[in-house]
Design a protein around this ligand. Structure first.
Ligand SMILES: Nc1nc2c(ncn2[C@@H]2O[C@H](COP(=O)(O)OP(=O)(O)OP(=O)(O)O)[C@@H](O)[C@H]2O)c(=O)[nH]1
Length: 217
């Protein structure tokens, strides 16, 4: 049976090597910690459906390698991403210090409108913390991105991070700030019937509302 969803969003998981990107994604997809994670080579892929704001959204998620030597490969996957989960490790200040570079890459290679959720991962390692919650939330505020601390071990806030990103994209679509039909928006409608509705409406010169679109999907 084919999956039914209202929208499909393309997401990236980015951040320095070893911050826990693959473990965060594994926790999201399998509800458990992968204690055998190795460095990602290039990119890996996963998908799942989440329900936010009364809509069903398929997340198509690209987990990128953080190691510098794969940067040219991973950069080629940024194009057309609607959202990014930007991870650092709360126990390693160097991973926090490189966030500005990751942000620049996301905005220039994906889209200036990309919705970014900052995840301070390894929240379970409180005793080894090097980056405070407060300074990270200030950084997020200054850069107008969302922020959560997560743990791929306990699962805390993992699902919330992806949901928060999806919710924010949805809100911006509904507010007319993001146009899903723009080339490279990283967003697709969920059903071919929608395209039919749009072309019918276009012939009638009617613009479908988001409600029409979702009813149809
Ligand atoms: N304590 C703790 N360890 C974690 C957490 N997330 C990941 N790890 C550990 O951190 C290490 C790196 O995790 P990965 O998920 O492979 O890191 P990555 O960011 O995908 O690394 P690259 O693929 O090289 O970019 C592994 O040893 C994990 O077991 C977490 O939330 N808490």
């Amino acid at each position: 049976m084919s999956e039914r969803y209202d929208f499909l969003f393309k997401f990236l998981v980015i951040g320095s090597a070893g911050v826990g990107k693959s473990c965060v994604l594994h926790q999201l997809l399998n509800n458990k910690f992968n204690d055998d994670s190795t460095h990602t080579i290039g990119v890996e892929f996963g998908s799942r459906i989440c329900n936010v704001g009364g809509k069903s959204i398929k997340l198509q998620i690209w987990d990128t390698a953080g190691q510098e030597r794969f940067r040219s490969v991973t950069r080629s996957y940024y194009r057309g991403a609607a959202g990014a989960i930007l991870c650092y490790d709360i126990t390693r200040r160097d991973t926090f210090n490189s966030l500005t570079d990751w942000l620049t890459d996301a905005k220039t290679l994906a889209s200036p409108n990309i919705v970014i959720v900052l995840c301070g991962n390894k929240k379970d390692l409180e005793a080894e913390r090097e980056v405070t919650f407060l300074e990270a939330s200030r950084f997020a505020q200054e850069n107008e991105i969302l922020f959560l601390e997560t743990s791929a071990v306990t699962g805390e806030n993992v699902e919330d991070s992806f949901n928060k990103c999806a919710k924010s994209i949805l809100t911006r679509i509904e507010a007319g700030e993001i146009d899903p039909e723009r080339m490279g928006s990283g967003i697709q409608y969920g059903d071919s019937a929608l395209r039919q509705l749009r072309s019918t409406n276009r012939q009638r010169n009617v613009t479908p509302t988001i409600e029409d679109k979702c009813k149809c999907a």
